[in-house]
Write a protein that binds this ligand. Structure first.
Ligand SMILES: NC(=O)C1=CN([C@@H]2O[C@H](COP(=O)(O)OP(=O)(O)OC[C@H]3O[C@@H](n4cnc5c(N)ncnc54)[C@H](OP(=O)(O)O)[C@@H]3O)[C@@H](O)[C@H]2O)C=CC1
Ligand SMILES: O=CC(=O)O
Length: 292
């Protein structure tokens, strides 16, 4: 593949970029806070001065931004993607956003003759470092096929889900389930502890039964230690619950469990825990603030 542009050097963008560099891809990166590009430069990446400059230089550009506002900003604002996108250029937004945001970006890009793919991912910091993401792509099928060599490095499996919006919706459904599960898990950990049971024994029992899963296994031990170093920031999980609930509203789907989970994530944010890992929602059940 030709040189790839990458916008957004947060937890995920940085891990994904490092992985692409390790596999021999040539990258030009950009981040709003420029210093976050330094480590990538040490590993061989070039830096672009704006999203527009990256699009001008690269045939394919990936975006990995925090939320709908950020995803829209890098496309529509001054020196944004739209200023240089055109025929022969592809933009792939891998941020977790709602279908409306993705469609708005898609329409703007395709109206200038560019190609657009949404491709949110399931999997956190470690899977991003290890190329084990699950990629949920939708939009321009030809662009999907052209960037498959990069997706094969970034992920363990890619799905092409059809028209723009389907990738965003699939990702929101998955994270709605994950956020609800994290709340049930937190309540279970606190209930076991307060009723005199050993927390590690609870983890062992869960891991042997029908609801064993990688998330409980990965997050359980650190949650017991009240340690929440951010892999998936809680503020982003709450954004995903909010967007999933809006999707539920649009489709008249009752979601009382997800709504309760969203309230817990909102409470955690109000306690100042938004930049910690989403497992810090545990603190809302424990009823005390973590030192992080
Ligand atoms: N972390 C995870 O486990 C996973 C995250 N995701 C999704 O991936 C996306 C990125 O997540 P993650 O890397 O964890 O998030 P981070 O908070 O670590 O990074 C967010 C990135 O967005 C940039 N950004 C924020 N606002 C703006 C703006 N207005 N204009 C330009 N850039 C902006 C930040 O730039 P700056 O450095 O300047 O602040 C940073 O590069 C999110 O949509 C998240 O939901 C999906 C799967 C897993
Ligand atoms: O969006 C977060 C994830 O772990 O997937």
């Amino acid at each position: 593949m030709e040189e790839i542009g990458f916008l957004g050097m947060g937890i995920m963008g940085k891990a994904m970029s490092m992985n692409l560099l390790r596999h021999g891809f040539k990258l030009t990166v950009w981040n709003r806070t420029l210093s976050r590009c330094d480590e990538l430069v040490e590993h061989g990446a070039s830096v672009g001065e704006s999203p527009a400059a990256i699009i001008k230089k690269c045939k394919y550009t990936i975006g990995m931004l925090s939320d709908p506002a950020a995803a829209l900003s890098v496309v529509f604002d001054k020196d944004g993607v739209l200023e240089q996108i055109g025929p022969g250029k592809g933009y792939i937004d891998m941020s977790t956003v709602d279908a409306q945001t993705s469609s708005k970006i898609s329409e703007a890009i395709t109206s200038k003759g560019g190609y657009f793919l949404e491709a949110p991912v399931s999997g956190s910091k470690k899977p991003a470092e290890d190329g084990q993401l699950v990629i949920l792509a939708a939009g321009e099928k030809a662009l999907y096929e052209e960037v498959l060599p990069a997706f094969d490095v970034l992920g363990k499996k890619s799905f092409f889900l059809g028209p723009v919006g389907n990738g965003a919706k699939m990702k929101l459904v998955v994270n709605m389930v994950m956020g609800s599960m994290m709340n049930a898990f937190s309540e279970g950990l606190v209930l076991a502890d307060k009723s005199g049971l050993n927390s590690q024994t609870l983890l062992d029992v869960l891991d042997l039964g029908a609801i064993a899963n990688p998330m409980f296994k990965l997050k359980g031990p650190s949650m017991i230690q009240s340690s929440y170093s951010p892999a998936f920031p809680l503020k982003h999980q709450q954004k995903d619950m909010r967007l999933a609930l809006a999707l539920g509203d649009e489709n008249a789907v009752p979601m009382p469990v997800a709504a309760a989970a969203n309230e817990a994530f909102k409470k955690a944010r109000s306690m100042g825990l938004g930049d910690l890992d989403f497992s810090a929602v545990h603190e809302t059940v424990k009823g005390s603030k973590s030192s992080g």
